[in-house]
Design a binder for this molecule. Structure first.
Ligand SMILES: [Zn+2]
Length: 108
């Protein structure tokens, strides 16, 4: 089926960033010690913090006026940005599912 995402481009997103974004971004990267804050979950189990240097910061959520920033390496930031539009719809579903999952008791 053709069609799909024709939504907001990266350029559009930049225009909605706050005027002091550069300062916020560098503060976030400083706070993270210059390292990507993304937690990686390898398929074989466990988890660790991404060892790559942070080159950018992004909001953990979708609110651009939020101060809750996450320092990201170029790879993770690129993944997030390119997937943002495509997963926007799925994210809502996922959030609903996650809420139910967190609260849902195991019934047998
Ligand atoms: Zn990373």
């Amino acid at each position: 089926m053709p069609g799909g995402w024709t939504g907001t481009s990266a350029t559009d997103r930049k225009e909605t960033l706050p005027p002091d974004w550069a300062r916020r971004r560098s503060a976030c990267i400083d706070r993270a010690g210059g390292r990507c804050e993304r937690i990686v979950h390898p398929p074989k189990g466990g988890r660790f913090r991404c060892p790559r240097p942070a080159t950018d910061a992004d909001h953990r959520g979708d609110r651009l006026d939020d101060d809750d920033l996450e320092a990201l390496c170029s790879r993770h930031h690129g993944q997030k940005t390119s997937r943002q539009g495509q997963v926007a719809k799925a994210a809502k579903k996922q959030a609903a599912r996650r809420d139910r999952g967190a609260d849902g008791p195991h019934r047998s």
